[in-house]
Design a protein around this ligand. Sequence first.
Ligand SMILES: Cc1cc2nc3c(=O)[nH]c(=O)nc-3n(C[C@H](O)[C@H](O)[C@H](O)COP(=O)(O)O)c2cc1C
Length: 398
Amino acid sequence: MSDRRDFLRFLAASPLYAGLPWAAQALAQAPDAEPMVTRAQDALDVFDLEKVASKTIPMSHWGYLMTGVDGEETLRANREAYAHWQLRTRRLVDLSKMDMSVELFGHRYASPIFLCPLGYQKAFNPGGEVAVARAAKTRDALQILSTVSSTSIDDVIKAREAPIWYQLYTTNNLDVAIKLVKQAEAAGAIAVAMTVDLPIGRNTETATRLARADTRTCTSCHGPTGPSMTGRPMFAGLGLSGPLVNATPALTWDFIRRLKDATNMKVLVKGLESGEDAALAVKYGCDGVMVSNHGGRATETARGTLESLPEIVAAVKGRIPVLVDGGVRRGTDALKALALGATAVGIGRPYIWGLGAFGQEGVERTMDVLNNELRLAMGGVGARRLKEITPAALIRRA
Ligand SMILES: Cc1cc2nc3c(=O)[nH]c(=O)nc-3n(C[C@H](O)[C@H](O)[C@H](O)COP(=O)(O)O)c2cc1C
């Protein structure tokens, strides 16, 4: 649930309460009476959208969206990492012309905040990935489409009316991975981000508990044995024989060579958290790296991604773009990641809250809220364009 409501509950029980301004006292007394927004445009932060989505998304799907692995310490670490940094403000800089746009592989996007690949989006709203693509189009944002998308890549690119990036799950059959990549390229994707953080599966404890608590009959969407990868549109027409598993225990850096030989798309690895791996990514010819721990859904008790970012930036030495995701909920979070050397900053759950709450408009509102917060944060540190966001904009919390 939202940080803000937790905070208000904390305030209500705190000795500080008596000294609070009247409005804050009123809110702290009745946090649950806080009205839910009924229109996307009324959401003041992404947590307003989260609150609506928590009611509109069915319980088992909410569990799939919100949870991490084991005891969810990595999930928490992603958020906490941002609180370790504060902004170091600069004043009296001429901010009359500001530009938040970013260029990646020859394409310019309006903002460095991009939409991470996230599977099965029709589970959150019937509009699914097409609604997200339409929102990405109106906001000129980078969208990365998951291998386990609930919509075909052709339909998504048609809705986006511009190239997107494709996220690759290699599965237990690398020949299928190559087929998937060629299919994405033929459809018009311009980059492939190969996710490498789930080599042997994961333990999604809380999601499983919430799925058990969901009393609906799910076989019409998931089939009798639960969700299957091969039933997803990305796999239709590939002539598959036999089931696929989303785990590639034998995957090594050598596959990058095979991937690069198979496609003209830019190749990125998604799911790196160490400088050594980032250096290997450069050595094996990757065009970019994505610092990610799958939103706290891969290795448990890892660092927050913001903590991993500096060593990766140091290892890459500016040779290829470094993208980061995990726990970004505010424009100030995005600014902190950019200041620590990220080229662009991804969001996962927040845009799905928007999607679940209000479809395309909700995704647009998510981007508007975060982009506006980033613009204000840039103004606060005297940065007019992304290049002017430097480590000097940050100070480690004492
Ligand atoms: C429900 C859910 C599904 C996801 N599906 C995928 C996926 O299909 N492929 C992938 O590479 N990452 C996937 N991710 C990870 C996201 O791409 C991204 O790394 C993460 O959500 C960022 O963290 P955030 O949600 O805290 O913003 C998924 C994340 C969530 C929450």
